[in-house]
Design a protein around this ligand. Structure first.
Ligand SMILES: [Zn+2]
Length: 440
């Protein structure tokens, strides 16, 4: 356990040092539960979202995307049940007034210990709404209160009718969305794992209201989402499903499971949910909006409200998982063994010496040419050893060095992140070399 806590310290420190993740608003002392992504982290996150979108939308012919507004009519959140139910029962420590979630027994026990033998008493549990409030309108007193969306899901459901009417989709089909959501988390923590502002990637997959068919779709989605993480480098033994027991899941849910990752320093925790939500959302929006949200089968003429199989993942949690999984210490080296598709930069280019114009010129030429096809980093600081160490910690799969011999034989030294082995490669064959090795 100590070693694991150590790992988190190492990741947090590396994330800051190499430009993955910084504390939000750090210049002003921070803002609890918010994080800013630096240059490397932004690329990592973008790669995760691009891979997800490619798999979910580009490569399928039954899923389309939307990008809904973060600010929505407040009635949406009444219909979705969030205004009423989006609350955690909290208890407050009578000594220091810290509020904690009543269901987090471990954290409560931990907190009691922090008072070193004092008898800790707690208040009765109270409910606090987790939706973040905002106010629209410029004149004080006439503003209307809205909520920043607590999940991206509802932006999809409220556009179900629009998508059916404006595209060629037919049941079964899905609507994908990636975007930010906001929650007044009472206890944000564990680095980026539980934040007040976070990004989600989801598909709502609409199917016929049929017990057997919908359960088959649900099982197929479970399998497919699990394989996606494995394909991008998570070891299969680090992942598992945890089905929600009938008592634990929402009353309308026909089935629900989470995908858990084992590599968090605090143990197994959730990175994705797959939920069979029945017709709950569309039926509620039909009721609250007074609009018909049923679907008419173009062949049979059958009319029904579709059922929804939802898959919902956190982008930030995925990024944290990929950081933890990639962290490798080997033979005195630290390197981030990202899958090439996720690595922020695919290659880095160095001139052996920064003060030799002929080396710098050739290296710049190679760098600018490679940039047309890949994210490529440039480094001419310090010595080669330091540059390797820095690219290793960013997770750059290949480092390309232009040396004096390059001027004679049109070849460069390419060094592999994972093996630290070096080989000479023809400059004219560099792009093919990278495409082949990176498999992208
Ligand atoms: Zn206390």
């Amino acid at each position: 356990m100590n070693q694991d806590i150590n790992l988190m310290d190492k990741i947090v420190s590396l994330a800051k040092r190499r430009g993955f993740i910084y504390p939000g608003s750090e210049l002003y002392g921070g803002l609890a539960g918010t994080w800013d992504y630096g240059p490397a982290g932004t690329e990592l996150k973008r790669n995760i979202k691009n891979e997800w979108w490619k798999d979910m939308v580009q490569l399928r012919d039954d899923i389309v995307g939307v990008d809904a507004a973060i600010m929505m009519n407040p009635r949406v959140w009444e219909a979705s049940g969030h205004v009423e139910a989006f609350t955690d029962p909290l208890v407050e420590c009578k000594i220091c007034h810290q509020r904690m979630r009543q269901d987090k027994e471990d954290e409560i026990a931990e907190h009691e210990k922090s008072h070193k033998g004092q008898k800790v008493e707690w208040t009765e549990p109270k409910k606090f709404n987790l939706l973040v409030k905002a106010y629209l309108g410029v004149v004080e007193g006439t503003q209307s209160q809205i909520y920043l969306r607590g999940e991206i899901t509802q932006g999809v459901h409220v556009n179900f009718r629009n998508v059916v009417d404006s595209t060629r989709v037919k049941i079964p089909f899905g609507i994908a969305q990636v975007g930010k959501a906001f929650r007044n988390e009472i206890t944000p923590g564990n680095f980026t794992f539980r934040s007040r502002e976070f990004e989600q990637m989801e598909v709502q997959y609409y199917v016929k209201p049929d017990e057997k068919e919908s359960m088959e779709e649900y099982e197929a989605w479970k399998k497919e989402r699990m394989e996606w993480y494995i394909k991008l480098g998570i070891k299969p033994e680090h992942l598992k499903f945890e089905d929600h027991a009938p008592g634990k899941r929402a009353h309308y849910a026909k089935a629900a499971t989470d995908i858990l990752y084992s590599g968090f320093p605090w143990g197994w925790d959730e990175i994705m949910g797959i939920h069979h939500r029945g017709d709950w959302d569309l039926r509620r929006h039909q009721e609250y909006s007074g609009q018909d949200l049923s679907y008419t089968d173009p062949v049979t003429g059958e009319k029904y409200i579709p059922w929804d199989i939802e898959t919902s993942a956190g982008v930030d949690r995925a990024a944290l998982m990929f950081l933890l999984e990639a962290y490798t210490e080997e033979d005195g080296r630290v390197f981030m063994k990202f899958h090439p598709k996720l690595a922020p930069y695919k290659a880095a280019v160095f001139p052996l010496l920064a003060n030799k114009p002929e080396l710098v010129d050739l290296a710049r030429k190679i760098y600018i040419d490679l940039k047309k096809d890949f994210m490529v980093a440039w480094d001419d600081r310090g010595n080669i050893g330091k540059r390797y160490a820095s690219q290793d910690e960013i997770g750059t799969p290949f480092c390309i060095t232009v040396d004096f011999q390059s001027l004679e034989d049109d070849m460069v030294t390419v060094r592999d992140r994972d093996t630290a082995k070096q080989e000479r490669v023809k400059i004219s064959g560099l792009k093919d070399f990278l495409k082949d090795k990176l498999d992208i």
